[in-house]
Design a protein around this ligand. Structure first.
Ligand code: SAM
Length: 283
């Protein structure tokens, strides 16, 4: 839920009794799409800011943190990622990061809401500049249904860059969808999904691990990283590999230029903090 007081744009997390605000200067877009309420604001210090259903999705200033972490850890863990599927990700920031990898031959992105991509083209053009890369195929349909119908053992890397598990994003956290992801990945395939904050949404994170385990992903690892516009200022991306370890990674190629991700950082983030380890021990 967001409330506006003057020029402040707020995201409120009722269950945590918390509210985060960013001062805006102008509302650039206010659209009720068939799926969600889409807003874009011009802000004083954060560049443009996109919200879906009152939840902050990305700002120009710091979206690289999230997008790099949704793309590179999974791609660097896979021995030879050629075919990538992104579920959600309509702002195309994760797609931009995936395309930096020359070994990737095809990327299919499935977002339910075309309006998000059209808004990104207008207000975050730096994220959509490579959408005409011949390796890219953009589809606008439900990711849950797409995955259900996808052929088995046909994809190397699945990236679930979804909204929170409310509204259209709900199914992307569920056991049926994750079981389909497991089936669609090749034998050495890997997936990563945004799995919220361990400070704000620990039960959700634990449910996500349980569902991944039930789907057949023996090993999972939640990498905790900063994301200032998300509740609590940080978020996790949970990696799960069909077979093989999660702590063997290829060093980043020189042509993949990043601002947050590095091989050394990736190794460090694989060390789950004790408070998360303790909670995950129950899974
Ligand atoms: N992790 C970012 C966040 O929570 O702030 C998400 C950014 S990205 C904009 C999330 C995208 O997921 C949205 O564009 C939304 O349309 C898409 N999405 C939600 N449910 C979906 C579904 N069932 N299938 C495909 N895309 C979906």
């Amino acid at each position: 839920m967001s409330g506006k007081h003057g020029e402040w744009v707020y995201e409120t997390v009722e269950e945590m009794g918390a509210r985060f605000g960013i001062r805006a200067t102008e509302k650039l877009l206010d659209e009720q799409t068939p799926y969600q309420h889409l807003e874009v604001w011009r802000t004083e210090r954060w560049g443009n800011l996109m919200l879906l259903d009152g939840v902050m999705m990305l700002s120009s200033l710091e979206n690289y943190l999230y997008h790099e972490m949704m793309a590179h850890p999974a791609l660097q863990t896979h021995p030879a990622p050629r075919n990538v599927v992104i579920i959600g990700g309509g702002d195309c920031g994760t797609l931009t990061e995936v395309l930096k990898h020359r070994e990737v031959e095809s990327v299919v992105q499935i977002d339910i809401d075309e309006a998000v991509t059209r808004a990104a083209e207008r207000f975050f053009p730096e994220l959509t500049a490579h959408n005409d890369d011949p390796r890219v195929s953009l589809r606008f349909e439900d990711g849950v249904a797409w995955m259900k119908n996808a052929p088995s053992a046909s994809v190397d890397v699945i990236i679930v860059d979804s909204t929170d598990p409310i509204g259209p994003g709900t199914g992307l956290f569920g056991p049926d969808f994750l079981a389909d992801c497991h089936r669609v990945l090749r034998e050495d395939g890997i997936m990563v999904g945004q799995s919220e904050s361990p400070f704000y949404h620990l039960p959700l994170m634990l449910d996500y691990h349980r569902a991944m385990k039930a789907a057949g992903f023996a090993e999972r690892r939640s990498l905790l990283f900063p994301q200032p516009v998300y509740p609590g200022g940080s978020i996790t991306g949970t990696l799960a590999r069909k077979a093989g370890p999660l702590d063997e990674l290829r060093p980043l190629a020189d042509e993949v230029v990043t601002r947050y991700y590095s091989t050394a950082l990736h190794r460090g983030l694989l060390a789950t903090p004790p408070f998360m380890q303790e909670a995950l021990g129950e899974v």
